[in-house]
Design a protein around this ligand. Sequence first.
Ligand code: NAI
Ligand code: MG
Length: 492
Amino acid sequence: MNINDILAGKPLKGLPSGHYICGRFVPGENATMMESFDPGRGEAFAQFTNGSATDVDTAVESARSAFLGIWRKTAASERAQVLLQAARLIREHAECLAIVETLDCGKPLNESLGDIRGAARAFEYYAGACDKLQGDTFPLPRGYLGYSTYEPVGVTAHVIPWNFPISTTARSLAPALAAGCTVVAKPAEQTPLTALMLAELLSKAGLPNGVCNVVTGTGADVGAPLVAHPDVDQVTFTGSVPTGQSVMRAAADNVTRVVLELGGKSPVVVLNDCDWDRSIDGVLGAIFENAGQVCSAGSRLVIERGIHDRFVEELVTRTKAMTIGHGLRDPQFGPVNSAAQLEKVAGFIDRARSRGAEVLTGGKVTSDPETGKGWFYEPTIIADRPSDDELVQEEIFGPVLTVQIAEDPAHALALANDSKYGLVAGIYTQDVSNALAMARDIDAGQIFINEYFAGGIEVPFGGNKLSGFGREKGLEGLKSYCKVKSVAAWID
Ligand code: NAI
Ligand code: MG
């Protein structure tokens, strides 16, 4: 794939088409097609299938029979080999996957490459975990034996959002497959392509037919029947709070297990004694990666008054200097994912202006300076807002950083926790006691100290409060796909 040809509008060849069910691409029951858009140009560049409840049934049947017939009986060490080979193939195809990811979701090419490496890491990590999934023994009185085993939960459904298409798919598929579960994944209708490519690579890596199935289409036509399906044993959902709530309601009818990862409004706390350069870089990366469309984006800067003026001034200068453009030209800052998302972000800022908010930089819809096209919103910083302001409380899911001034570390902690969300939080201070006390007292699933987004697949991830429940990544993520069975025996 030649990037200049693609930017010149030459159509991409060899993109996947159809659903991926039982080891091959199939057209689907009624084969209605939808368009997938390149946000960097705001134009359609590919087509994909909008599935139906019948397609979901076929995929779930395929996953059930692969679970019963093959995958749960496959030795853990053999499952590990398949996952490891999948990681190798992902790395081998990294450039092609990254180009398609950038075209489909907009993010700069380097970020896509990072996501592809992250996807490979997920398969490597869980490959290593397959054969270490050990149970316990229990100290019963003499004459008894008690032990537990981890069994795979069965058929698992994975509903994927559009902001990190391949890495979210990988972080939930890899542990499910490692545990011995089979999969039906539904990528977002804005970004269906890399999940299909990943499913094909998994087959090439030796995954038996039917173990991983992908059905594309809308939330209403495919997502809803999938999460309500009586033969699905677990649903992992990443996305918005209202959709997460409806997934949970649908799952309740069948008492299906759910893991919900529902975003946040995460604070980055910067204290007077911070390491200046690390903090500036950290705050900018926390909000402007993927144009702020990150569930764990650091969208609130909670900063001590002593350094506020100079710190915010430097943030504004650095933000103004960021390069903007189509993701394939690998700028520092790319488009938002859709026209709808652009409108949503603009709405937040328009309303904030009418409440008297001060826009320090950004605050406008823009376009790719090379072509005048695309769905871009300028990287935006808003001056100090009160805690009850919409910009402080609501997830914008766009490139908007809202400042909150703290009088001291205790006030910073109170501001950090004053949220209905609790996904992650960042802390920048050189006082280790302050950092650790704040890490203890902030109500969030993951805390980053002196490096926002520190960590990797090894570290459990997930939310508190409205950010959801259940944990992905790490060994906790593997256990999400297991049922514990206890056995107690009278021996003699
Ligand atoms: P969404 O939560 O509706 O979509 C996420 C996934 O759920 C997509 O695959 C979608 O097709 C599927 N889905 C939609 N309705 C469904 C249903 N009834 N049953 C099962 N699956 C369903 O999010 P949307 O509409 O794309 O974005 C709206 C807002 O959600 C964004 O502006 C952002 O604030 C938030 N969001 C948060 C994400 C996160 O990572 N926390 C990811 C994506 C969106
Ligand atoms: Mg797209």
